[in-house]
Design a protein around this ligand. Sequence first.
Ligand SMILES: [Ca+2]
Length: 157
Amino acid sequence: MISSLAEKFFLGAFLFILFSASCRLSVISQPATVSTANGTGPIYEISAGRSWQGTGIRLRSGETIQIQFISGEIQDGEAVIRGSTGAGWACDDKDCCEPMPFEQRDALIGRVGDNFFLIGDQNEIPSPADGELQLRINDCDAGLFDNSGSFKIRISH
Ligand SMILES: [Ca+2]
């Protein structure tokens, strides 16, 4: 009886650990930092050192989002990037590890579902699909470690 209870306990603990681990692994996007300023709508802070960052904004396919760059300067290794258009060069090969290898490194990019799109300095973008708007800069996941800084943008839709 005691050993059976102990077994149940250890099995439960094991399943809990397994469940917790799988929850952590399944988190593919982290929330962006959101703040409000002057009552003019939320400002999203997109960190250069993080992968896809969720905005909580649910879009429908074809719905237009308005994006206004507010401020920010990021660093990718030795490079300092001012503005959201990128570092001035693209890897330009389908085997490159950036999420969008044919767009400029470090440009602001978005995705809805599996559809990636360049944001850069565009002010209006139609959503390519239904789903949550997620943002990041166009650097490889393995290259995020040497990034710092963030962009602040205002999004309305
Ligand atoms: Ca980097």
